[in-house]
Design a protein around this ligand. Structure first.
Ligand code: TXA
Ligand code: MG
Length: 327
C-alpha cells in the first residue's frame, strides 16, 4: 500500500447523507458547465470542469481575473492527475509524500487540458486537496476541477462559505459549506517540470519539508524569471480595503494620529482601536484572511501587521502579508 493510500485508509469523512446529495447536485452542475464554490483545506475554491473551456472561461469573468493567470487543477487520485499532466518520478514521490495536501505541482500539460485552463502555458498546476467534500465532489463529477480561490480578483482568499457568497455569490450555482478552512493560506506551488524543483508560491507545505523529502535544495525563482514562470505573482493580491503596513517591532509610525488595528503574535506597544493577537504563527496563518476581512468592517483606518519568522508556514504568511501591504 502506498503512503497516500495508508493516509486515506479508514479515514472518517464525516460526510452525512444530506451533504452527499448536495455534492451529487454540485457534481451535476460541474458536468453541465456551471460554477460551484467548494471547501478545501487551504481556502475555498471556485470550481469548473477543467476540461471544458467554456466553463473555465466563466471562472475568469466571475473573478475578474486576467486570462493569462492559470488555474490549479484539482484531482481526486493519481490516475486522474496522469490524465492531465506528464508525471515524472519526482512528482510521483512528492504526491505520495504530501497528497492529499496543500502542494500544487507544475508539470507538462497534456493536450486534453484546454489553453484557457492553463493560461496559455504548456504546463499545468495540479493538486489533490485534503478535504473530504472536495475529494467526493471530484470523484462524483469524474472530471478534474479547475479552481482558483473563490474571491474576487485582488481580494483576500475566502476561508469560509459565507465569505464566498459575499464575494462572488451571484456568479456561482451553489456553494458547498465545509466549515472554516483548516490551513487558511493557499497551497504551495512547486514547479517540477524541469531539472530542479522551483518554489513559485510558498504555502501550506514548507520549503524545508519538501527539501527534507527530496534530499535536494528547492530553488527560489530569480527576479524577472519569477514573473514569467508564475503569472499569479505579477498581480496585487490579498488586498484589504484599508492600507496595511508591516513591522518587526510592536508599533509603526505610519499609524500616528489614525485609528489603527494590530495583528500579530505579541502585544502591541500602544493601544490600537482593534487588536487581534494569535497564539502562534500557525494560527496567524490560518486566521489572517478572516482577520483582514473583520478589520475592514471595523473603524480602523490602517492595519499594522507584525512580521512573522520565516520558518515553516511563516514564509507563506510573510509572502501574503507583503502582498497585502502592496510593497
Ligand atoms: O490552495 C490553493 O491552491 C487554492 C485552492 C482553491 O486549491 N487555489 C488557489 O488558486 O490559490 P489561485 O488561482 O488563487 O492561485 C493559483 C496559482 C497562481 O499563482 C498561478 O499563477 C499559479 O498557481 N499557477 C497555476 N498554474 C500554473 C502554471 N502552469 N505555471 C506556473 N504557475 C501556475
Ligand atoms: Mg487566489
Amino acid at each position: 500500500m502506498s503512503r497516500m493510500e495508508e493516509k486515506l485508509e479508514g479515514r472518517k469523512t464525516g460526510i452525512d447523507g444530506e451533504m452527499l446529495s448536495e455534492i451529487g447536485l454540485a457534481a451535476q452542475k460541474i458536468l453541465s458547465g456551471e460554477l460551484v464554490g467548494f471547501p478545501t483545506e487551504t481556502v475555498y475554491g471556485l470550481g469548473a470542469n477543467a476540461l471544458d473551456a467554456e466553463a473555465v472561461t466563466k471562472i475568469y469573468s466571475a473573478k475578474g481575473r486576467p486570462s493569462d493567470n492559470p488555474l490549479i487543477i484539482h484531482v481526486c487520485d493519481i490516475k486522474m492527475a496522469e490524465s492531465v499532466v506528464e508525471l515524472n518520478w519526482r512528482a510521483r514521490f512528492l504526491m505520495d509524500t504530501f497528497w492529499p495536501g496543500p502542494l500544487s505541482l507544475v508539470l507538462k500539460a497534456k493536450e486534453i487540458v484546454p489553453h484557457v485552463t492553463r493560461g496559455g502555458l504548456d504546463t499545468a498546476a495540479i493538486r489533490m486537496p485534503d478535504n473530504p467534500i472536495a475529494l467526493e465532489l471530484i470523484r462524483a463529477a469524474g472530471v478534474p476541477i479547475a479552481a482558483p480561490s473563490a474571491n474576487r480578483s485582488g481580494r483576500p482568499s475566502p476561508t469560509d462559505a459565507v465569505t464566498v457568497r459575499e464575494d462572488i455569490g451571484d456568479s456561482v450555482s451553489m456553494v458547498l459549506d465545509g466549515g472554516p478552512a483548516v490551513v487558511g493560506l493557499e497551497s504551495t506551488v512547486l514547479d517540477v517540470s524541469g531539472e530542479d524543483p522551483v518554489l513559485l508560491r510558498p504555502g501550506g507545505v514548507s520549503k524545508e519539508e519538501i527539501e527534507k523529502a527530496l534530499h535536494i535544495p528547492v530553488l527560489l525563482p530569480c527576479d524577472g524569471e519569477s514573473i514569467k514562470r508564475s503569472p499569479g505573482t505579477r498581480y496585487r493580491h490579498y488586498a484589504p480595503g484599508i492600507p496595511l503596513v508591516l513591522t518587526d517591532s510592536s508599533y509603526s509610525n505610519e499609524a500616528e494620529g489614525k485609528k489603527w488595528a494590530w495583528i500579530g503574535t505579541s502585544e502591541p506597544e500602544h493601544s490600537p482601536a482593534v487588536k487581534i493577537i494569535f497564539r502562534d504563527t500557525e494560527e496567524y496563518a490560518k486566521e489572517l484572511f478572516r482577520a483582514l476581512r473583520v478589520i475592514e468592517k471595523s473603524e480602523a483606518e490602517i492595519i499594522v501587521a507584525q512580521i512573522p519568522d520565516e520558518t515553516g508556514i511563516g514564509r507563506a504568511l510573510k509572502d501574503r502579508l507583503v502582498r497585502a501591504s502592496g510593497i
